[in-house]
Design a protein around this ligand. Structure first.
Ligand code: CA
Length: 231
């Protein structure tokens, strides 16, 4: 199933759209404001986002810019929804990185057609897949998927980023504060033990395949990913 996320504070519009998606190949996630958008994205990565222009706690433009600047979300196509129809707003939306633009009120069928067109276009644009590989551990940085022994592994966004960062920089020690900057971002405040929590989750996730030992604790310094085979 293709997963759509609608970010829209007007419940009737979300309801109408959810109804329109019944018996289609699409499933729907919903967020009513910016805060719930980030909560949803922490759990699941949608295939496309429908972004309302005016939200109670942010603007769709601002959120679109933030998503497009974020490595993890930059590839998700975004269609802006707005009541405004002026040309300059359209340009502003597209400049922010939106892939298309639909003016309210829209018919659900028209929106569905636009969604399919954007998905077709963006999947064609996708560059050849790039992989980070250590033995049977394979990260696809395009699809944000982890495979071990050719089996797809469910991995949380923070654990994914940690593992990707480690695999891009093998055998290099990173302190907790470096990891906080790189994984959580400089502007987010997290406690150092949060890093430990996610390292623990990552190890737990790798342990059935015996790869937990690649994530090594360096006493007094931090963590590293060892790409040396374990005997
Ligand atoms: Ca609105």
């Amino acid at each position: 199933m293709t997963c759509l996320l609608i970010v829209e504070d007007e419940k009737p519009i979300r309801d109408m759209f959810r109804f329109a998606l019944l018996r289609t190949e699409f499933s729907l996630l919903e967020a009513e404001d910016a805060q719930s958008l980030w909560t949803v994205l922490d759990q699941q990565q949608p295939d496309l986002i429908l972004m309302d222009w005016m939200l109670p706690d942010s603007s769709g433009i601002e959120l679109t810019q933030r998503l497009k600047q974020d490595e993890q979300f930059a590839k998700i196509p975004i269609i802006m929804l707005t009541a405004r129809s002026e040309e300059k707003d359209k340009i502003q939306g597209l400049n922010a990185g939106a892939d298309d633009y639909v003016v309210k009120p829209f018919s659900p069928l028209e929106l569905l057609a636009r969604i399919k067109a954007v998905l077709r276009r963006t999947s064609q644009q996708n560059t050849p897949q790039i992989e980070l590989i250590y033995e049977q551990l394979v990260i696809n940085v395009e699809s944000h998927q982890l495979h071990i022994n050719e089996k797809k592994i469910d991995i949380g966004p923070k654990e994914y980023r940690l593992l990707k960062h480690f695999m891009e920089n093998p055998n290099r020690v990173f302190s907790r504060s470096q990891l906080m900057d790189r994984i959580w971002g400089r502007n987010t405040y997290v406690e150092e033990r949060t890093v430990d929590v996610h390292i623990r989750r990552l190890r737990k996730l790798l342990s059935p395949y015996d790869y937990q030992q690649q994530i090594q604790t360096v006493r007094g310094a931090g963590y590293l990913f060892s790409n040396k085979s374990q005997q």
